[in-house]
Ligand binder design. Structure first.
Ligand code: ZN
Length: 198
């Protein structure tokens, strides 16, 4: 497994649409494991392939982190997860959100936009389908933090970032911070790629 550098805001790959995966091959398995390792290294709760410069519809979510945050809700996501270094990872290939319900505001951040956090309002619960790491079709209905993370990551595959949802005023207040990130003037604890034209 390898730690992959994470593409920062300003890199064009973050604004492109990822393509569906049509088959499970060794390159894809390697990507899943590398993304998982990279997510752990960066202490992220989720990571989309665009963020490591790959335009393939692949997402990994650190279910150990999700479950630690929502343990009291008694959610269980045992199936379709793999364990890497004793942390459970949910792998989603070709995810598609089928329906959404409610609204909920929660603070979000993004490994591609270090040091920026902001409240984002999204649907509270979602139903989605995807292929798991064995390329089996899975349908999942979820709410709370997992629904939040999944919507953020599915957006990445469409070239959408959480800051796109912020008010003009809030965006304006982040302008200099975002410009600094585009120039790579940030302290990240993980390897990064700055302003790459893919
Ligand atoms: Zn993100």
């Amino acid at each position: 497994m390898a730690i992959l550098p994470i593409y920062l805001f300003g890199s064009s790959v973050l604004r492109k649409k990822a393509k569906p995966v049509d088959q499970l091959d060794n390159a894809l398995i390697k990507l899943v494991y590398d993304m998982t390792e990279t997510m752990h290294k960066a202490h992220g709760i989720g990571l989309a392939a665009n963020q490591v410069g790959e335009l393939r519809q692949v997402i990994v979510v650190d279910m150990t982190a999700v479950e630690e945050s929502e343990r009291e809700e008694g959610n269980d996501h045992e199936e379709s997860s793999v364990k890497v270094k004793e942390r459970k990872t949910l792998v989603l290939i070709n995810p598609e959100i089928l329906s959404k319900g409610g609204t909920f505001t929660m603070e979000e951040g993004c490994l591609s936009i270090p040091e920026v956090r902001a409240d984002v309002t999204r649907p509270e619960s979602i139903r989605l389908k995807f292929k798991d790491v064995n390329f089996n079709e899975v349908e999942l209905e979820t709410g709370g933090l997992l629904a939040r993370v999944l919507q953020h990551e599915v957006d990445h595959l469409k070239g959408i970032l959480f800051i796109d949802y912020l008010s003009k005023l809030k965006r304006a207040s982040l302008k200099s911070t975002l410009r600094a990130i585009e120039k790579g003037e940030v302290d990240a604890s993980y390897p990064i790629v700055v302003g790459a034209e893919a």
